[in-house]
Design a protein around this ligand. Structure first.
Ligand SMILES: C[S@@+](CC[C@H](N)C(=O)[O-])C[C@H]1O[C@@H](n2cnc3c(N)ncnc32)[C@H](O)[C@@H]1O
Length: 212
């Protein structure tokens, strides 16, 4: 493995995900293309918004399980993250991440493109409806940014993160997650030089990344 990325031991409960979304999955292809510079068009935004607005009611019931929480919990335990800082969750959906972060970080703002997803999220942190390609926050607002199964907009993450800040990237079904990028590719997609730590937990993995 590249020296920029440190692989920590697997969490004892880590297991292989069942086959779900392979390399040809359209969301997978979109995730890679947008992370590596393809323009995010208004038509992309409308299409993704429509998909997730339509899934919001069922998502809020089916995406709160402990297996999904496991990589986030593990990263908070051993990823060296700034728990006392200001956190932003991007693509926060119906609040799977917020439910975990609620009692663990000092301050949290959730953001998502899909109004219906946000409407189904618990009222435990401010919820901001916004497109992650252009978020309504000043430069360097956050000590940490969480993305769970979410598209990566590298320039915007770089703009919003404080100099010593960290991102937490989680794919809860590992390489079977539809919105998936492996850890090293996340480091490569971000502007400038970054280092990371990664581990398997639950059926997924987490990556914490900081500027080198
Ligand atoms: C796969 S879901 C994950 C939701 C949540 N993180 C979870 O783990 O349950 C992806 C989420 O990202 C949101 N999303 C996708 N593209 C987005 C964009 N450009 N800006 C903001 N949110 C976006 C979707 O609306 C959806 O809620």
């Amino acid at each position: 493995m590249d020296a920029r990325l440190t692989q920590l031991p697997d969490h004892p409960d880590a297991t292989e995900p069942e086959p779900f979304a392979g390399p040809d999955n359209p969301m997978r292809m979109m995730t890679r293309a947008k992370a590596f510079g393809e323009a995010w068009e208004p038509s992309d935004s409308s299409r993704v918004q429509e998909i997730f607005d339509g899934m919001a009611a069922s998502w809020s019931e089916s995406h709160v399980d402990p297996v999904k929480a496991a990589p986030v919990e593990d990263a908070l335990d051993r990823g060296g993250l700034p728990l006392d800082g200001h956190w932003l969750e991007v693509g926060s959906g119906t609040g799977a991440g917020a439910r975990i972060l609620e009692h663990r970080v000092a301050s949290l703002v959730c953001s998502d493109l899909a109004a219906e997803m946000l409407r189904h999220a618990p009222d435990i942190a401010p919820r901001v409806r916004a497109d992650a390609s252009q978020l309504p926050f000043p430069d360097r607002s956050f000590n940490a940014i969480l993305l769970i199964n979410m598209l990566l907009f590298p320039a915007e993450i770089d703009r919003l993160l404080r100099p010593a800040g960290a991102i937490l990237w989680v794919n809860t079904l590992g390489d079977q997650t539809p919105i998936h990028l492996p850890p090293f590719d996340v480091l490569e997609a971000l502007p400038g030089a970054w280092t990371g730590q990664t581990a398997l937990a639950g059926t997924g993995f987490w990556l914490t990344a900081r500027r080198a």
